[in-house]
Design a protein around this ligand. Structure first.
Ligand code: ZN
Length: 131
């Protein structure tokens, strides 16, 4: 896979201010603000910055947190994870493996009957393609 590398000025020109703050500056959108929270139709959630397919509707579940939540990525290689100890919390950051966009975090309190993982993803970092 070829990595997408762009300068911060290029990203800024391509993304909306809100998208830029989340994917490049590791921001977090306010909960219950993304229209993708309620998406239940079959389809693919892609990286808003580079278009790489990241999650499918099949993996989406209602977590009640106010952010789109998935129990697994579409493919193990679609996302990278990294330890994040900011804000005095021990969390695991989830990034797009192709362009290093910050997507959200992954926690171990997901659905016990599937993977047990909860990928808590900013809707602003995603683009939905209905299939
Ligand atoms: Zn990406």
């Amino acid at each position: 896979m070829e990595k997408v590398k762009k300068t911060e000025a290029e990203w800024k020109a391509e993304l909306s201010p809100e998208q830029y703050e989340i994917v490049r500056e590791k921001g977090t959108e306010a909960p219950f603000t993304s229209e993708l929270n309620d998406v239940k139709a079959p389809g693919t959630f892609k990286c808003v910055a580079c278009g790489q397919p990241l999650f499918t509707s099949e993996a989406k579940f209602e977590s009640g947190t106010g952010w789109p939540s998935f129990d697994r990525p579409m493919d193990e290689s679609a996302v990278d994870t990294e330890e994040d100890n900011s804000f005095l919390m021990r969390r695991t950051e989830v990034l797009c493996s192709r362009c290093d966009a910050h997507l959200g975090h992954v926690f171990d309190d997901g659905p016990a009957d599937t993977t047990g993982k909860r990928f808590c993803i900013n809707g602003c970092a995603l683009e939905f393609d209905e299939s």
